[in-house]
Design a protein around this ligand. Structure first.
Ligand code: NAP
Length: 281
């Protein structure tokens, strides 16, 4: 029987996951299928309850269902710590994890080897779901201090309570001042994304060995990534994270650990480039 997985979201048309998984299915000669499922919040629990009956061996979950997916499955430690699940599979019961954590780390490992050596101070912009995955990953790699800079201060404070004293909340207007001691700067806000306001930050304040990571992937080369490269800093973009976070789901559903190749990246770049030229109205 053809194994099938899907991405569940509301809306879901923008998701690039079908493109990624279709590429791997073809490349590894697997007779599988990966579909989009547009499911409104009020129907999500029922949809998940009938996931196997619908013929699915698992699913990705995107906005706005990541917290509900956590509550409706058996999460692993990282999904529980992050407070959101994005990958589901059956193993007797419906299990879940959060692959944004490994996507973030693997992308840096691939693009900026040894980025985590002497990981003193990291600065994370943002305090939403993506920032939680980043912070969890950074703690696992031994970050000494993680300065969380967020527009809404109470959300950064909540992360200190969640992840402990290594997290230091800072005000949004302090974002340039905290860069001088940072070996890693991560943008986990929506700023810089197509259709969103620009991110105003001075990467000139970072030490020369610092690494910059942007989670935003439309456009692929954000102004932040471009500014980092212009300063000869190593930079990891959001597309790389998106590709790396997809690996685990594919392995769980289809039994082969796929590779993130230049070909796959080029395919996504072309698709995202086309989207940037013809933005949705
Ligand atoms: P979220 O939960 O909605 O959080 C958004 C964050 O952006 C919040 O910290 C918010 O601050 C901040 N923000 C929004 N507008 C702002 C503004 N005008 N000025 C300052 N801060 C602003 O979103 P999320 O799920 O964490 O996602 C964040 C980004 O990561 C998105 O761009 C998403 O596409 C990207 N992402 C990428 C990947 C990948 O694989 N590359 C994976 C996951 C997420 P407040 O708290 O003050 O509202």
């Amino acid at each position: 029987m053809t194994r099938a997985a899907c991405v569940i979201g509301w809306p879901v048309a923008h998701s690039r996951s079908p493109l990624i998984h279709a590429y791997w299915l073809k490349r590894y000669g697997i007779a599988g299928d990966y579909r989009r499922e547009a499911v409104p919040p009020e129907e999500f629990a029922a949809f998940l309850g009938a996931l196997a009956a619908r013929g699915y061996v698992g699913a990705n979950v995107t906005v706005p269902h990541k917290e509900a997916a956590l509550a409706l499955s058996e999460p692993d430690d990282r999904a529980r710590a992050v407070g959101a699940a994005n990958t589901l599979w059956f193993d007797g019961v419906l299990r879940s994890t959060n692959t944004d954590v490994e996507g973030f780390l693997a992308n840096l490992d691939a693009g900026a080897p040894d980025w985590d050596r002497d990981l003193g101070q990291a600065v994370v912009l943002g305090a939403g779901g993506a920032a939680r995955a980043v912070i969890y990953g950074l703690i696992g790699r031994g970050a000494g201090r993680i300065v969380v800079v967020n527009r809404t201060p109470s959300r950064a404070e909540t992360l200190r309570q969640r992840f402990g004293a290594r997290v230091r909340p800072a005000r949004w207007d302090e974002r340039n001042a905290v860069l001088a001691d940072a070996v890693l700067l991560v943008n986990a806000t929506t700023l810089g994304m197509q259709g969103e306001p620009a991110l105003s930050i001075d990467v000139g304040r970072l030490p020369s060995r610092a690494v910059v990571a942007d989670l935003v992937y439309v456009p692929v080369e954000t102004p932040l990534v471009a500014a980092a490269k212009a300063r000869d800093l190593r930079a990891a973009d959001g597309l790389g994270m998106l590709l790396h976070q997809a690996v685990r789901g594919f392995a769980l559903w289809f039994g082969t650990t796929p590779e993130v190749t230049p070909d796959l990246r080029a395919l996504l770049e072309a698709d995202l480039g086309a989207a940037a030229r013809n933005p949705p109205r």
